[in-house]
Ligand binder design. Structure first.
Ligand code: PEP
Ligand code: MN
Length: 395
């Protein structure tokens, strides 16, 4: 491939970081985590999705309103009504939205609503559409064609870059092969190879790749482990009732669990999960405070406070559950130390733990506080080990 191309990785060239707004990027340290249904079906459905995903490390919400369906008689998407639903949801939860367009006309409508336009597999080589997308000032997720080579994939991105739009994210979503055990074959080797061919960020869609909900989590983790810049997963409040791609849809709770399980893998490969939501969720209702003269600015601040506290409550519930797990494991460690005749306090191990948790924080000031908290957690573990009779240490 010629070195003059805009999409290829030339010597000493930096990797592209695509900024999709609201503090969310793709291609930098933090992973882009996209979640949402295959199709937008109703305002209630999208509200349930965004409400569950917000504050859980998910960076953006997906949802198709123009659907590329194999049969012309299958559900074709909600169209502009679906865009309106997405737009309201995005404003309410301050989460960026991603939606597919299949024509120039759809692109010109969706560009006013979506934060990222998606070009689906079936249109990866729709060159007129790619040229048009190149003229828009809007980030794009370009999905790999059903049987496109990596070179064809990069050249398709070139069409968009050639038009002046530099914000292209590539998405590996599985390619056609002979085995029908999975819907497609997820080409993780291709993801690694692409990093040597292009400076553009590359994300992975395990949902369309495997087509089976029970395989999605493992493939998502594998994608992060091999260096993908993000993942895009289809999830639904009632997966079995999805109007499209029901077989691969996972529940909202499973989506949250995947994000959590990805965190240690992300850290191991020098990444962080999700992006900060700089703007808190807009309040659904304004809180009432007695004896305070309320102005609309005041009410809106109170609403923000309430929304942030909702987030804090969610985090606290997770932290408490994890701490319970950690302390239970500490008891097991205590029992093993007794059996091995080892001293209950191990300063070397404590230092290792402190170093590990500090490395997980990107902000040095916060890392300091996390270290303090961990000193206290380890103290509590030790107390628990010493206070618990030997026969009660192992559950
Ligand atoms: C989708 O993301 O909903 C979709 C149709 O994906 P693909 O183009 O990869 O089939
Ligand atoms: Mn789908």
């Amino acid at each position: 491939m010629s070195t003059q191309l805009k999409a290829t990785l030339n010597e000493n060239e930096k990797r592209t970081i695509v900024d999709i707004g609201g503090g969310v990027t793709c291609g930098g340290r933090s992973l882009l985590i996209v979640a949402g249904p295959c199709s937008v079906e109703s305002a209630e459905q999208m509200d349930q999705v965004a409400n569950a995903m917000h504050g859980q490390g998910v960076s953006a919400i997906r949802g198709g309103v123009y659907k590329p369906r194999t049969s012309p008689y299958a559900f074709q998407g909600m169209g502009e009504e679906g865009l309106r639903i997405m737009s309201e949801m995005s404003k309410k939860y301050s989460m960026p939205i991603i939606t597919e367009v299949m024509s120039e006309k759809q692109a010109d409508i969706a560009v006013h609503v979506a934060d990222v336009l998606q070009i689906g597999s079936r249109n990866m080589q729709n060159f007129e559409l790619l040229k048009h997308i190149g003229t828009l000032n809007k980030p794009v997720i370009l999905k790999r064609g059903l049987s496109a080579t990596l070179e064809e994939f990069v050249m398709a991105a070139e069409y968009i870059l050639a038009g002046g739009n530099k914000n292209v994210i590539l998405c590996e979503r599985g390619i056609r092969s002979y085995d029908s055990a999975t819907r497609n074959v997820l080409d993780l080797g291709g993801v690694v190879a692409l990093r040597h061919m292009t400076h553009l960020p590359i994300i992975v869609d395990p949902s369309h790749a495997c087509g089976r909900s029970e395989l999605v989590a493992d493939l998502a983790r594998a994608a992060v482990a091999c260096g993908a810049d993000g993942i895009m997963i289809e999830c639904h409040p009632e997966p079995a009732k999805s109007v499209s791609d029901a077989r691969q849809a996972i529940s909202l709770q499973d989506m949250i669990d995947i994000v959590r399980s990805i965190e240690p893998i992300a850290h191991a490969v020098g990444r962080t999960v999700g992006s900060p939501h700089l703007v808190p969720a807009k309040p659904a209702a304004v809180v009432q405070v007695k004896n305070v003269k309320r102005t609309s600015a005041h009410e809106s601040l109170l609403g923000e406070l309430k929304a942030i506290r909702r987030e804090v409550d969610k985090i606290d519930a997770t932290v408490a559950a994890l701490l319970e797990k950690r302390l239970t494991l500490a008891l097991e460690v205590g029992a093993l130390k007794d059996e091995l005749n080892l001293p209950s306090r191990d300063h070397v191990r404590e230092r290792e733990v402190i170093e590990l948790v500090s490395r997980c924080c990107s902000d040095p000031q916060i890392a300091d506080k996390v270290r303090d908290i961990y000193e206290r957690i380890m103290e509590a573990s030790l107390q628990l080990q010493n206070e618990t009779p030997v026969n009660e240490k192992v559950a």
